[in-house]
Design a protein around this ligand. Structure first.
Ligand code: NDP
Length: 273
C-alpha cells in the first residue's frame, strides 16, 4: 500500500519538498506519495491530526510550525531537544517521533559534498534563530577549534552559546566581538532581506576564510556571499546542498534507506553570480 507523507507549512506554495521526495522515492523504489499542505496559522495540530487520520506516516514541518511540532512530539532526539524545534515527524501509531535534521544536513554538505574539514577549524556562525539552534550541536560534534556565534540581538547569541557550552569550545556575542578575528569557515544563518541588508560581519573574518556558506538558497549571489568574496573568501556555497542533505536524512528516518543527493543538488543549484 502506498505510504503517505507531506510537508505542512504556511505559506507553502514555494516549497521544493514534493519535487525532492518524489525523486528520492523514484530513485529508491519506495511506494510512497508526498503532498504539500498549507495549514492555517492556528491550525497546525488539526492539520497534523487530519493527515494522521488519513494514514499519514510522516511529515516535514516548515515555517512557522517548528516550535509547535516540537511541543506535540512524544519522542525527541537529543539534537531536537537541544534545538527546541523540529523539522521532521514520523507517525508511529500514537507516538510522534521528532528530529531536527537541519544541522546534520548543513554539516554533511560542508564536509562530504564540499570537502571542507571542521576539525581544528575556526568557525563563525552568524545568527541565533531557529536554523542556528539546529546547527550548533552538529557543528560542535565535528570538533572545530572554536565555534563563535555572532548575532544582532546579542542576548540571543549569549543564550545560545551558554546552552551548548559543555559540548565544545563555543563563544558568543555581537558582531563587534569578532572584529579583527580571522575564521576558516563563515556560515550565515540570517535570512536574505528584501532590501539586501547584510549582517554586520567584519571583513577581516574572511581574510583567511576557505569557505563562506549562506543557508539561503536559490537566490544566486546573496549580499553575504558577495561581501565574503570581496573580503577574501576562497569558496562560496549556498544552502541548496543543506536542503537536499536534510531531506535525505528525513527520508532515511522514514524509510530506512538513504537516497543519493548529488544529481539533485546540481539540478536545483542556482549559479552564484
Ligand atoms: P529565524 O527567523 O529563526 O532567525 C533569523 C536570524 O537572523 C536571527 O538571529 C536574527 O537576528 C537574524 N537576522 C534577521 N534579519 C537580520 C538582519 N537584517 N541583520 C542581521 N541579522 C538578522 O530564521 P531561521 O534561523 O529559521 O532561518 C535563517 C535562514 O536560513 C533563512 O533564510 C532560511 O530560509 C534559511 N534556512 C535554510 C535551510 C536550508 O536547508 N538551506 C534550512 C533552514 C533555514 P535577531 O535575533 O537579532 O532577530
Amino acid at each position: 500500500m502506498t505510504s503517505r507523507y507531506a510537508v505542512i507549512g504556511n505559506p507553502i506554495a514555494q516549497t521544493k519538498s514534493p519535487l525532492i521526495y518524489q525523486e528520492f522515492a523514484r530513485q529508491t523504489g519506495q511506494d510512497m506519495s508526498y503532498e504539500a499542505i498549507q495549514a492555517p496559522l492556528d491550525g497546525f495540530a488539526a492539520a497534523l491530526a487530519a493527515f494522521h487520520a488519513r494514514g499519514g506516516k510522516g511529515i516535514n514541518v516548515a515555517m512557522p510550525f517548528k516550535l509547535e511540532a516540537f511541543a506535540l512530539a512524544t519522542d525527541l532526539t537529543q539534537r531536537a531537544q537541544l534545538a527546541g524545534a523540529v523539522n521532521v515527524l514520523r507517525l508511529d501509531g500514537e507516538r510522534i517521533f521528532a528530529d531536527n535534521t537541519d544541522g546534520v544536513g548543513l554539516v554533511r554538505d560542508i564536509r562530504v559534498n564540499l570537502g571542507v574539514a571542521f576539525r581544528a577549524a575556526r568557525v563563525l556562525l552568524l545568527g541565533a534563530g531557529g536554523a542556528a539552534h539546529g546547527a550548533v550541536l552538529p557543528l560542535l560534534e565535528e570538533q572545530p577549534a572554536l565555534l563563535a556565534i555572532a548575532n544582532r540581538t546579542v542576548a540571543k547569541a549569549h543564550a545560545l552559546g551558554a546552552q551548548f557550552s559543555r559540548h565544545g569550545n563555543v563563544v558568543a556575542g555581537g558582531y563587534a566581538d569578532v572584529a579583527g578575528e580571522p575564521f576558516d569557515l563563515v556560515i550565515n544563518a540570517t535570512p536574505a532581506t528584501p532590501c539586501g541588508e547584510l549582517p554586520a560581519v567584519p571583513a577581516a573574518a574572511f581574510r583567511r576564510c576557505g569557505l563562506a556558506y549562506d543557508l539561503v538558497y536559490g537566490k544566486g549571489l546573496t549580499p553575504f556571499l558577495r561581501f565574503a568574496r570581496e573580503s577574501g573568501a576562497g569558496h562560496l556555497a549556498d544552502g541548496t546542498g543543506m536542503l537536499l542533505e536534510q531531506a535525505a536524512e528525513n527520508f532515511f528516518i522514514w524509510r530506512g534507506i538513504r537516497p543519493e543527493t548529488r544529481a539533485m543538488i546540481q539540478e536545483l543549484s542556482t549559479p552564484l553570480v
